[in-house]
Every structure is written in structure tokens, then in C-alpha cells.
Design a protein around this ligand. Structure first.
Ligand code: PAF
Length: 287
């Protein structure tokens, strides 16, 4: 795996790799902020399966963190990350410094209006402007055929699908399933912040989603009732504080009054100082 830190070198390396791999070659991009876990590696695996070349990026993007958020303490585990990405079959790793991505005086931002203020965007003002800006830059630098993201960040996926569609960017967004520990906890780089006790409390998120799925299986379709099941489940965990539980259309992120297959049920909760998210897409009616 070749590790590259400048925009110019990454652009050239991607072009050269494509040329060497042949006219029909395809390039995958897996954007990350590092602290690589099995969820990221499942995106790499999908990229490996579907494309001839795989690029990844590690960049803890200051623009997507609010002033009181965890930018400074976000886990930075570069050497370990490199080993994992290399063994997973990444060909090119882009790992720029902040100055390289945002040179002094940079004033251009990408804003997906509306969508960026919903779900996590409502709790984290400016977050999706930062995500959309950095992803637009990464797509322009790497020029992949397919960019891979995890379903866990469902609102991010909606924002990025709108970005790519509305700006006619020649790339497909591929969305990979949430990767869970055996007890249900969705993998997240922020799980590293949790103490053993908090990790137990964090299981309330997946339990809340399970309670919603069980209610749907029993025939409940009313969104307000379903949200109440999830909030009740979250409240049972003494260390958990609900941020939101929403039942929405996965493309628009607007609330729906009753669920049917394809609806997105998303939630966020604080476990101590750590904000975690999780979600489910209502599966096709199994009755
Ligand atoms: O999902 C993430 O890790 C980040 O939001 C992303 C897409 C790498 C942009 O910084």
C-alpha cells in the first residue's frame, strides 16, 4: 500500500494506477477518519470485490466538528490503521494534513441545504457542511468510480447521495450494512471512548431498535407509537440520554407518520460524553 500525503501526488497516483491496471479498471474510494475497525474493513472488502483498485483516505476533518465536539480527542491510530488497511488490500492511502486540505484562506464550502439540518444535522449544526465539503474534495482528488459509506451514518448517506446527484458527480455511492458486535452494538470509532460500564449502557441503542422492529412485526405502524417504544428502552439505561428517535424517509430525512418497508428509523443517544447513533431500515413485510 502506497501512503500519500499531498493532493497533487494522490491525483497523479490514482491516474497512474488506473493506467497500469488497464482501460476497464475501476477505482473504489473508502473515505475514513481513521481509528479503523471491522466496519471500515467491510467497506474495503466491498470495494475489493467490486472494483479493480482500492483507495482509502484517513483525514480527521476539522470542518465537521463543532467547537464543543471531540476533534482534539478523536482517536488517531495511524500506524495501526495503515497495517489494517494494507492487509485488507488497499492500494493507495491518502492521508493529508489539515493544511493540505484547507490551505490558509480557503473560503469554499459545499452545503446540501435542508437535508443538512435534519437528524444529526439538527443536533450538530454545520456538521454536514463539513462532511459534504471534504467528501466533494476527496471525490475530486481521487476521481473514484464508486465511493463506499456505512449505513450507520444514514443521514450522511442521504446528504452525500444528494450531493453526488445534484452536482452530477460521476461516481456511484455504495452503502454497506451496519457492522455489529455479537451483542448488537454498532461498530463506531467512538466506541473507544466508552468505559466497560458505558459500553453495557450503549447496548440500549440496538435494543431500542429491536423493540421497534418487534413492534412492527406485531403490526404496529404508527411512528409516534414506535418512537415511544424506543425512547422507553433508551430511558431504561441509567447512563443513556436520548438525543433523537426519528422515523423518516431515508432520502429526504423528513418524518413519516406511519412506517412501511424502506422507512428509516434512526436514533442518537448520549452515553456519558459520547454521542452514538444507530438505525434500521424497515425490511419488506414478512407476513
Ligand atoms: O463517516 C466518516 O468517517 C466521515 O464523515 C467521512 C465520510 C470520512 C468524512 O470525513
Amino acid at each position: 500500500m502506497r501512503v500519500i500525503t499531498t493532493v497533487q501526488e494522490m491525483r497523479t497516483a490514482c491516474k497512474q494506477a488506473r493506467r497500469a491496471a488497464g482501460e476497464d479498471s475501476t477505482l473504489a474510494l473508502i473515505p475514513t477518519m481513521g481509528a479503523i475497525h471491522q466496519g471500515h474493513l467491510s467497506l474495503v472488502e466491498a470495494g475489493r470485490t467490486e472494483c479493480s483498485l482500492v483507495a482509502a483516505s484517513i483525514f480527521v476533518n476539522p470542518l465537521q466538528f463543532g467547537p464543543t465536539e471531540d476533534f482534539a480527542r478523536y482517536p488517531r491510530t495511524f500506524d495501526e490503521d495503515c497495517k489494517k488497511l494494507d492487509s485488507a488490500g488497499v492500494d493507495l492511502l491518502f492521508a493529508p494534513e489539515v493544511q493540505e486540505m484547507y490551505p490558509e484562506g480557503a473560503t469554499t464550502f459545499v452545503e446540501v441545504a435542508g437535508l443538512s439540518e435534519r437528524l444529526d444535522g439538527a443536533s450538530r449544526p454545520g456538521h454536514f457542511r463539513g462532511v459534504a465539503t471534504v467528501v466533494a474534495k476527496l471525490l475530486n482528488i481521487v476521481a473514484p468510480d464508486v465511493a463506499y459509506f456505512g449505513q450507520k451514518d444514514a443521514a450522511q448517506v442521504a446528504v452525500l447521495q444528494a450531493l453526488v446527484g445534484e452536482l452530477n458527480l460521476p461516481v456511484r455511492i455504495a452503502v454497506c450494512p451496519i457492522f455489529r458486535e455479537s451483542d448488537g452494538l454498532a461498530l463506531s470509532s467512538r466506541n473507544r471512548y466508552l468505559t466497560p460500564d458505558q459500553r453495557t449502557q450503549a447496548l440500549a441503542l440496538s435494543r431500542a431498535l429491536r423493540s421497534i422492529q418487534d413492534a412492527i412485526d406485531r403490526g404496529e405502524t404508527n411512528s409516534a407509537a414506535l418512537r415511544a417504544f424506543a425512547v422507553a428502552e433508551l430511558e431504561k439505561a441509567p447512563g443513556a440520554r436520548t438525543d433523537y428517535v426519528e422515523v423518516v424517509n431515508p432520502r429526504t430525512l423528513l418524518p413519516v407518520d406511519s412506517v412501511r418497508s424502506g422507512a428509516l428509523i434512526a436514533l442518537a443517544a448520549w452515553i456519558g460524553d459520547t454521542r452514538l447513533i444507530d438505525n434500521l431500515i424497515v425490511p419488506p413485510d414478512r407476513s
